[in-house]
Design a protein around this ligand. Structure first.
Ligand SMILES: [Zn+2]
Length: 337
């Protein structure tokens, strides 16, 4: 196992790599303030929290954004799913965790395909229990989450009572602002058909369950932690275009916030930091697997939301940049493997 000084240096390099603001979204400001609040590496703190999940524990994850909600609820974006799948895979391999992935019913097929391409076979909760007991299969449990406020609040209580999760993880999952509106990065209201899973995270925080959240824009679950800085530094952070009187910043906070220029990159870096801690290269999200997931997301109809087309660019960044980030994360932590 690598020593703590080395791990800290690697964590800081991963942090820096994935927070180069190539998309000009203002993420560098959010990164600085989040690091200040965290008192160190964001990626490292996230990996610590994930590796602290007890052996055989339960983790609730969410991702998925209904990208053109005003046209169809069936279309999701391709930032989010591959990163969430990479984290779920690492959790299953490192902690024998039961991972429960929540998203809209409409996005379940695409996100399920992405998780399966990451090595996780979709099963019921009961079946996951059998697989956990004899460690014979890497699994994922996919569950739909309510898309109306009241139902979302009720499901939050019911799911936490039932699952008793050890940790919640969110990546690229839009949360409501102080007026209850779910905004796109362009400041428009696109809450229709969108899972109210932010209520689950609020309830988990109230119960003291650890929450790790990844975001790149300011409108995601977890960004409540730096909401003043979203207002100051992110386009439409102060005033949206929908007329609700607020900005795009999500109110839901978290324990560990990981900022990144692209949310998937944040997840790739966290998986690398988990691999470094475990001394286990199998936890890495490799460029080879990223390529497979990008292809799977295209085949499943997930959209490159920046360009408004189904292709293998994510957030407008071309395919090769995602493979390169995965390669560089692997290179950074190779000293610990
Ligand atoms: Zn608004």
């Amino acid at each position: 196992m690598a020593n703590q000084d080395l791990i800290t240096r690697l964590d800081n390099r991963l942090d820096q790599l994935v927070n180069i603001d190539m998309g000009e979204r203002g993420v560098e400001h959010l990164f600085e303030v989040a690091r200040e609040l965290q008192g160190g590496s964001l990626v490292g703190a996230a990996a610590d929290a994930l590796m602290a999940v007890p052996e055989g524990g339960t983790v609730v994850l969410t991702t998925g954004s209904v990208s053109r909600a005003w046209i169809t609820p069936d279309l999701g974006e391709n930032d989010g799913p591959s990163g969430a799948a990479a984290i779920a895979r690492a959790l299953v391999l490192a902690r024998n965790a039961t991972c429960v992935m929540l998203c809209e019913e409409t996005l379940l097929p695409a996100i399920r395909n992405t998780c399966q391409a990451a090595g996780l076979f979709p099963v019921t909760l009961e079946q996951a229990g059998v697989a956990r007991a004899d460690k014979s299969l890497a699994t994922i449990v996919m569950l739909p989450y309510a898309t109306e406020n009241e139902a979302g609040q009720a499901q939050a209580v019911q799911l936490l009572d039932e699952l008793k999760p050890d940790l919640l993880f969110s990546t690229e999952r839009v949360g409501r602002n102080e007026h209850g509106v779910y905004h796109s990065m362009k400041g428009i209201d696109y809450g229709m058909g969108r899972a109210r899973v932010d209520f689950l995270f609020d309830e988990a925080l109230a119960r003291g369950i650890p929450v790790v959240a990844v975001g790149d824009g300011g409108n995601e679950i977890g960004m409540g932690k730096v909401v003043d800085h979203v207002k100051a530094h992110v386009p439409y952070g102060d005033t949206c275009q929908c007329g609700c009187g607020g900005g795009i910043g999500a109110v839901t906070t978290c324990d560990v916030l990981v900022t990144a220029a692209c949310s998937n990159w944040g997840c790739t870096a966290i998986a690398a930091a988990m691999a470094a801690r475990a001394g286990n290269a199998k936890l890495l999200h490799t460029p080879e697997r990223e390529a497979l997931l990008l292809d799977t997301m295209v085949a499943s109809g997930l959209i490159n939301s920046t360009h408004g087309i189904v292709d293998d660019s994510v957030d407008g960044f071309p395919r090769q940049s995602h493979l390169a980030v995965a390669e560089l994360c692997r290179t950074i932590v190779s000293r610990a493997l």
